[in-house]
Write a protein that binds this ligand. Structure first.
Ligand code: AMP
Length: 417
C-alpha cells in the first residue's frame, strides 16, 4: 500500500512531529559524551531541508540506547542537538524532556523553519510499551506526523506508532520522510519485479534469523548464495561434516526444506565448496560474559567440502569467493545481507571483501545493488566501497522483517495515499 510522503504534505505553519533515528554511537571523552559517527544525523538532512523549505515548525523525537525508562545522563540527546545545529547550519532548540509543559511551550514558540529536538523518548517506560496516554502526550505538539526512522519502524512504540494513530485519529496526516521513502522504494518496490537475473547473497551467523527471508526470496530470486556460519547448517543438512563450526543442528530440517524448495523452483542455490578454517583453542582468559576466550590458531584454506573434526570454518574459501563472484557479475539485481565470515577479524575478511568487490563491479556494469543493512553495510564502509552500490539500508532488524514481507508497524501507521 503506497503511503503518503512529505512531498505530499502542506506543512506551512504546522507543527510537524518527526520521528528520526538518532541512535548514534557515542563515547565519553573528558567527561563529555562525544558522537563517534554522525551518519544517522546527516541522513535526515534532506527531510529536514524539505520541511524547512515548506515552512514547517519542526519537532524531532528519537531514542538513544537503552535507558530502560530512566533518565540516564550518558544517553541524553543534547549532544545530538549541537551536532545537528552544526550540520544544518541553523539553531536547534533542545528541551530536556519529550512530553510536558516545557515541550508544549517551546514547540508553541517555534516559527516556520525552526527546529526543536526533544529528549530521549526511552527515558519513559511507556515509549516501548506503546502506552496510549503517553502517545497522546507526545501528540500534543503534533499537527502532522512524519516517520523517517526506518531502523525503528519494526517496533510498535509510542513515538513510532502510537503517536501516528493519535494524529490520524484527529484527522491529521502521517507521512514517510525522504529516508523512509527510499528504504521502502529499494527494499520494497524495486524488489517487486526485479530485473533478472536477481541474485541474493546471504550470510551471517544463524539460519534461524534469516530463514523467513530465504523462504520468501526463493520465490523471486534466480540464484541464492549462502556464506557465513549459516552455510554450515545447510552443509550439515546435506550430510557434510562441519567440524567445530558455528552451526544450528536443530535447524537442519528447515535448511533441507529450503534446499528442496530451491530445487523445485529451479533456483540456483550455492553453498561454500571450500573454507578458511582455524583450530579453535580455549584460553585461560575470560570474556565479559565470564566465558573462556577462544583463540583461532593456524588459519588456512580447506579445499574440501568437509571440515575436519576439531576445526572451525570462519570464512568462505577462495574457490567459493570466485564462484560466487562469477554469479554476482552476471546479475542485474543484487540483494546482499550478512558477511561471508568473521569479517571483524581481518584474517577472515577476505571472503566478505571479495563479495563486496564483485557487488561493486556488477554495479559499475549497470546492475542495481541493494544492501540489506547490518554487517554488510559495515563491511562495505570498512572497505571504502559504501558509495559504490545503489542503496544501503539504514535498518538492521527492520530491513530483515521488511524483506520477510512483514508489514512494519511504523509504516502501517502512516496515511495511505
Ligand atoms: P548476522 O547478524 O546474522 O548478520 O551475523 C553477523 C555475524 O556473523 C558477524 O559478527 C560475523 O562475525 C558472524 N559470522 C559470520 N561467519 C561466521 C562464521 N563462519 N563463524 C562464526 N561467526 C560468523
Amino acid at each position: 500500500m503506497a503511503k503518503l510522503t512529505i512531498r505530499n504534505l502542506n506543512v506551512r505553519g504546522k507543527r510537524v512531529f518527526v520521528r528520526v533515528d538518532y541512535n548514534v554511537p557515542m563515547e565519553e571523552t573528558d567527561g563529555q559524551m562525544v558522537i563517534n559517527d554522525a551518519t544517522r544525523i546527516k541522513e535526515t538532512l534532506p527531510t529536514l531541508d524539505l520541511l524547512i523549505a515548506g515552512g514547517a515548525r519542526i519537532i524531532l523525537a528519537a531514542h538513544l540506547g537503552r535507558p530502560k525508562g530512566k533518565r540516564e545522563p550518558a544517553l541524553s540527546l543534547r549532544p545530538v542537538a549541537a551536532k545537528l545545529a552544526d550540520l544544518i547550519n541553523r539553531p536547534v532548540a533542545f528541551v530536556d524532556d519529550c512530553i510536558g509543559e516545557k515541550v508544549e511551550q517551546t514547540a508553541g514558540l517555534l516559527k516556520e523553519g525552526d527546529i526543536l529536538l526533544l529528549e530521549n523518548t526511552r527515558y519513559y517506560d511507556q515509549e516501548e510499551a506503546n502506552d496510549s496516554a503517553f502517545a497522546a502526550q507526545l501528540a500534543k505538539v503534533a499537527d502532522s506526523y512524519v516517520n523517517d526512522a526506518f531502523g525503528a519502524a519494526h517496533r510498535a512504540h509510542a513515538s513510532t506508532e502510537g503517536v501516528a494513530r493519535v494524529v490520524a485519529g484527529r484527522g491529521g496526516q502521517c507521512a514517510a520522510g525522504l529516508l523512509m521513502e527510499r528504504e521502502l522504494k529499494f527494499l520494497g518496490d524495486e524488489l517487486e519485479n526485479p530485473p533478472r537475473p536477481f541474485v541474493v547473497i546471504l550470510g551471517g551467523a544463524k539460519v534461524s534469523d534469516k530463514i523467513q527471508v530465504i523462504d520468501r526470496l526463493l520465490e523471486k530470486a534466480d540464484a541464492i548464495l549462502i556464506g557465513g556460519a549459516m552455510a554450515y547448517t545447510f552443509k550439515l543438512a546435506q550430510g557434510y561434516k562441519v567440524g567445530k563450526s558455528l552451526v544450528e543442528p536443530d535447524k537442519t530440517d528447515v535448511a533441507k526444506a529450503a534446499l528442496d524448495k530451491a530445487k523445485a523452483r529451479g533456483v540456483k542455490f550455492l553453498l561454500p565448496t571450500d573454507n578458511t578454517i582455524v583450530t579453535p583453542i580455549k584460553t585461560e582468559k575470560l570474556n565479559k560474559k565470564g566465558k573462556p576466550i577462544i583463540e583461532f590458531d593456524k588459519p588456512r584454506t580447506n579445499a574440501e567440502a568437509n571440515i575436519p573434526d576439531g576445526e572451525e570454518g570462519v570464512d568462505i574459501g577462495p574457490a567459493t569467493a570466485a564462484a560466487f563472484s562469477e554469479v554476482i557479475l552476471g546479475a542485474n539485481t543484487i540483494l546482499w545481507n550478512g558477511p561471508m565470515g568473521i569479517f571483524e577479524d581481518k584474517r577472515f575478511a577476505a571472503g566478505t571483501n571479495a563479495i563486496a568487490k564483485a557487488v561493486v563491479d556488477a554495479t559499475a556494469k549497470g546492475a542495481k545493488s541493494i544492501i540489506g543493512g547490518g554487517d554488510s553495510v559495515k563491511a562495505l564502509n570498512k572497505a571504502g566501497l559504501g558509495n559504490k552500490v545503489t542503496f544501503m539500508s539504514t535498518g538492521g532488524g527492520a530491513s530483515l522483517e521488511f524483506l520477510e514481507g512483514k508489514e512494519l508497524p511504523g509504516v502501517a501507521a502512516l496515511t495511505n495515499k
